[in-house]
Design a protein around this ligand. Structure first.
Ligand SMILES: NC(=O)c1ccc[n+]([C@@H]2O[C@H](COP(=O)([O-])OP(=O)(O)OC[C@H]3O[C@@H](n4cnc5c(N)ncnc54)[C@H](O)[C@@H]3O)[C@@H](O)[C@H]2O)c1
Length: 242
């Protein structure tokens, strides 16, 4: 199953599903479309779907021309989550705002995953890009995927790869910002690296999802908070980069 997944990625036969078409998701849509993939964008915000259908951009530094090019390459945006079944790859780019206790609110990630569950199938890869707690992929996504009978690392691949978008920065683009990727298993990591290497110049494999998760949390959330520093130390122990 791993080799089939990689072969489909390398030959651009894979269909890429991007879930959450905001500052992180839309540039990824454009990048995958640019290199020849068919892309399906999923979002619950109908105004974004309507804008993309009409070829309009709602992000300042993204031109309508780039959206038109993606559409010409087959990009479609929809709020119909059953289309997720058509995708070989599902990349979650949904928000993780701080809640009133200044803890990351994971409800968007868990709600989105729950919406996708009926549409998951063998041969797919699910990647979480949202900024999140160390352990989220293992503790929140893995049990959900297993609950629908999929065998992660065998017939389904699960990775965490923190987004590193720097909106509007013309010196560093989605393609040129190095991208960390951690897999739940070795096969997951191989599938994730094969996927991201098609669109990112420098993909940095790390030993686990827990090793990848702090890369973004450390950047986004305020330093010095007890939970984060404790978790980070705990999770990084023994998880050096390959
Ligand atoms: N924008 C950045 O530069 C940046 C930088 C660092 C980290 N991040 C992280 O990346 C993640 C995404 O951030 P963003 O800036 O793209 O957010 P955003 O708000 O611009 O976009 C998120 C999109 O997800 C959609 N969405 C919400 N719930 C959904 C659901 N259940 N199903 C499908 N779509 C849903 C929203 O409608 C929105 O279009 C967050 O975890 C954020 O912390 C972003």
């Amino acid at each position: 199953m791993l080799q089939t997944f990689i072969d489909r990625v390398v030959s651009r036969k894979s269909v890429i599903g991007i879930v959450g078409l905001g500052y992180v998701g839309l540039p990824l849509v454009l990048r995958f479309a640019e290199v020849g993939f068919k892309v399906i964008g999923l979002d619950i915000d109908d105004s974004k779907i309507a804008a993309l259908d009409a070829g309009r951009s709602y992000i300042e530094h993204i031109s309508a021309g780039r959206i038109a090019n993606a559409k010409a390459a087959g990009f479609e945006a929809t709020s119909n989550f059953s289309r997720a079944r058509e995708a070989d790859v599902l990349i979650l780019c949904v928000p993780t705002p701080l809640d009133k206790h200044r803890e990351p609110d994971l409800s968007y990630v868990t709600d989105t995953t729950d919406s996708l569950l009926p549409h998951l199938r063998q041969g797919q890869l699910l990647s979480l890009e949202s900024t999140t707690f160390p352990g989220t992929t293992d503790e929140e996504l893995l049990p959900r995927v297993q609950s629908v009978g999929l065998h992660v690392g065998e017939d389904f691949f699960l990775v965490y790869s923190p987004e590193r978008e720097d909106p509007g920065n013309s010196k560093f683009t989605t393609q040129t910002i190095p991208k960390v990727c951690g897999g739940v298993t070795e096969n997951c990591l191989k599938a994730g690296v094969a996927l991201y290497s098609t669109v990112i110049d420098n993909v940095v494999p790390v030993s686990s999802t827990r090793a990848a998760e702090p890369n973004q949390t450390a950047r986004k959330y305020p330093p010095g908070r007890q939970y984060w520093s404790g978790q980070r130390n705990e999770n990084c122990r023994g998880h050096n980069e390959h």
